[in-house]
Write a protein that binds this ligand. Sequence first.
Ligand code: RIB
Ligand code: CA
Length: 324
Amino acid sequence: MSKPLPLILDCDPGIDDFIAILMILAAPEKFNLLGITVSGGNVPLKYTTQNALKACELAGRPDVKVYAGCPSPMMRDLTCESVVHGETGLKGPALPMPTMKAQSQHAVDFLIETLMKADKKVTLATTGPLTNIAVAIVREPRILNNIDQIVTMGGSMLLGNITPAAEYNFYADPEAAHILLTSGKPLTLVGLDVTHQILTSPEWLSELKALENPVADTLVEMLKVHDYDVKTFGLAGAPLHDPAVIAYLLKPELFKGKFVNVEVDLSFNITRGRTTIDWYNKRHLEQNAHVLNEVDVKGFFDLTTDLLSSYGALSSSQKKERMS
Ligand code: RIB
Ligand code: CA
């Protein structure tokens, strides 16, 4: 069996980031999670950090190290998505305030220190605005030598979600996305083209409910009210954007894509943050991203259900307690 993958997750929980964290922590034999770094994004940093801590505690992992990072983008004001995820970023069941604390070290310092001393190349999974990663690269470009791969939820070939033109993570901090796209380290881009195929359904929520474990139950309650995309874009269910990043790391064979050139719009116009994905190589530029465009949807949900089932069914005494 291969050794667990050294992994850092950079995120902005948000409901789908929250699920991504639970997927990682459900597979300790696959991931050696070095730390979770958090930025302002879906909601302000105070809440995204709190939500990352809540996910770790729900998973029974108060040992996980969570680092708060940049509260806002490099060159823009923070645009939140509380309309999607709720005021504090986790619409749905009220989870207890976390007892575990975030680390005192800044996320960017953690990224630089950890990557500079890594004796084995580290995988970066990113599911929010790319501010922390970009600032770390600007401050210490040598960290790129110790990054094995960067798998990023972001971008879109076709329509956007935060604007008609742009996907939220790249819209929130386009300069940060530009720094990664021009870093010389190819990205795997998990954009809306693929995440809008991965939609929750009542049938899948019933499957989760049947797992009879507190983690799955919590996600069912969250996903039941995670209806912004259904109401706004007419999607059949809630798109699981960030979990797709983790599924790719675990089972890349579930996805198909193409190495192409991707540029991000740095203007302050309506096209801000838009990704131009040169699918047919019309511009003959450097292929800086592996853009995913196909996914085995059943395979994704089977994998995710299996991961969440590992949080264990209720013991008989717990079942009796629930029945009373
Ligand atoms: O556009 C979707 C992305 O923006 C997801 O990562 C979601 O959590 C928000 O951060
Ligand atoms: Ca996110």
